[in-house]
Design a protein around this ligand. Structure first.
Ligand code: PHE
Length: 394
């Protein structure tokens, strides 16, 4: 016997992408830490671009879940891919039971707009509002934003897909007060995701690894053996009942998963550098076709230029490697390939700390002269002095 609970929680408005004005993301607010380079990415929506590797994978996963529901005569998965990346801070963290002192909330990890709103750091930020709007089964894809280091597989904007399935509440067995069902929910979650991975990668060896997320319990990561390596594909788990209760679902059980589309696309299409997804070069965009996973054909890579910068930190100012990445990204855009801390020491007498960073500048689609690189690198140095009051050494 099943009883579906009517949603009693108030349904918030689902803000769509088209309600967002990117030029309002940078404002004069002490919390605001969004740079123009980031604003430029908002609204590109690579996951909805035809013939783009990210949308090709997204479609494959959506098709898989649609077919699975049909086979099971289960609820259809609703598809969302145009929700605004500007979310309430509470939606990104508190609604998901992420504690107030969690590292992901720090200003060196998250892009804040003001003291109420931010650029979402994961698509889980939409779980509660979609549930409150009465959706039981959904896939929600979008661009997510995290201040991060810079290298071939890290970029401050990437794309995630969230999947949620809420089940009807099961009547407790005779003589028992507790809802039994989480084992079945876990089994359905694992079956669904194993099938999804086979649908996308072809039959592969898989393993489940115990994990921790504040919003699911138990939590798992799914890894697959692909190209002679174990690859982590996604995080998932049985949803915390409190999240469902607050969304008006009482004791109905549910599962959730989240996966990064770039990570999957890089291995499936053999794309070596995460910046390529943003390329508007015909030699990249012209290679792919909806519905097909094809091997990326590299085109000529232009020579890289390496520049070091070394400086004494101002002990009165906080400085994080991600701050430097942000400065470099602001000056160099996608010309920057890598930022690496190569030396750090504290002077025994003065107690001052020195950092040396190596920056690799390399364009994917243009040749740069050494002079052009120098102009950019000088700009980075000047901004470090202006913003962080460092004393330059090299
Ligand atoms: N939001 C998590 C992340 O970004 C992934 C996740 C989603 C894990 C849903 C469990 C359930 O890492």
């Amino acid at each position: 016997m099943y009883n579906m609970r009517a949603s009693t929680a108030e349904a918030p408005v689902l803000d769509r992408m088209d309600s967002l004005k990117p030029n309002e993301l940078i404002k004069d607010d002490p919390m605001n830490n969004i740079s123009p380079a980031i604003v430029e990415r908002v609204g590109r929506s690579l996951h909805t671009m035809p013939n783009h590797p990210l949308s090709i994978i997204k479609q494959k996963i959506e098709t898989y879940f649609t077919e699975r529901s049909k086979k099971q005569n289960g609820a259809e998965f609703m598809i969302f891919d145009d929700l605004s990346p500007k979310v309430k801070i509470t939606a990104n963290f508190d609604d998901l039971l992420i504690p107030p002192d969690h590292v992901s909330r720090s200003a060196s990890d998250t892009y804040y707009i003001d003291d109420e709103t931010m650029l979402r750091g994961h698509t889980s930020a939409h779980q509660a509002s979609l549930l409150k709007n009465g959706h039981d089964s959904f896939l929600c894809t979008g661009d997510v934003y995290r201040r991060d280091e810079i290298d071939a597989s890290h970029y401050p904007v990437f794309h995630q897909m969230e999947g949620v399935r809420v089940f009807p509440e099961k009547a407790p067995p005779e003589g028992s007060e507790k809802i039994q069902g989480n084992k079945e929910v876990e089994a359905d979650l694992k079956d669904a995701l194993e099938g999804m991975v086979d649908a996308v990668f072809g039959p592969v060896e898989k393993r489940w690894v115990d994990a921790y997320f504040p919003f699911t319990e138990p939590s798992f990561e799914l890894e697959i053996y692909y190209n002679d390596k174990w690859l982590e594909v996604l995080g998932c788990g049985v949803m915390q009942q409190d999240i469902l209760r607050r969304a008006g679902r009482g004791e109905q059980p549910g599962w959730a998963f989240g996966l990064g589309l770039e990570r999957l696309a890089m291995v499936l299409f053999n794309i070596p550098d995460i910046r390529l997804f943003w390329s508007q070069d015909e030699r990249f965009t012209g290679q792919f076709k909806d519905g097909e996973i094809t091997e990326f054909k590299p085109f000529s890579k232009y020579p890289a230029a390496t520049r070091d910068v070394s400086f004494w930190l101002d002990p009165a100012k906080s400085f994080h490697q991600n701050d430097l990445c942000e400065v470099v990204r602001g000056k160099a855009g996608d010309l920057v390939e890598k930022v690496e801390l190569v030396d750090e020491f504290t002077h025994p007498k003065t107690n001052r700390t020195s950092n040396m960073f190596r920056i690799v500048y390399c364009s994917l689609d243009k040749t740069f002269t050494s002079d052009e690189v120098n102009v950019i690198h000088d700009g980075v140095r000047e901004e470090l002095v202006a913003n962080f009051n460092v004393e330059l050494r090299i």
